[in-house]
Ligand binder design. Structure first.
Ligand SMILES: [Zn+2]
Length: 111
């Protein structure tokens, strides 16, 4: 016999509908089963600013050429706040992107 319990959402009301607090707090304080909503998860993924890796990739892609001389030699400018790995090297993509610099004409611009 399995230890897993079968839960039917139609038979019992969801706990998040009855409590005024946030659903995460309500679930943490009770033994009720946690129901994951696909629609809530998709909304969270599509919210702007939540997926910083995708936003960073979009900014890097949108700034591949210099707006002043139209050359392609563009370097991203980052703050020195990135995470370090175990060997003391910067983890790629962890530093804050603040702008871009053209390698040809030295023009700098924020994203
Ligand atoms: Zn340039």
């Amino acid at each position: 016999m399995s230890d897993l319990k079968v839960y039917w959402p139609d038979a019992e009301p969801a706990i998040s509908e009855a409590t005024p607090t946030s659903p995460a707090e309500a679930r943490a304080g009770s033994n009720e089963p946690e129901i994951y909503s696909f629609a809530e998860w998709v909304d969270k993924l599509n919210r702007p600013g939540t997926n910083s890796a995708a936003l960073r990739a979009q900014r890097l892609n949108a700034n591949q050429t210099c707006p002043d001389c139209s050359r392609a030699g563009v370097l991203p400018l980052m703050l020195n706040d990135g995470r370090m790995d175990g060997s003391g090297r910067l983890v790629p993509g962890s530093a804050t992107l603040v702008g871009f610099r053209c390698q040809t004409c030295s023009y700098e611009w924020p994203f």
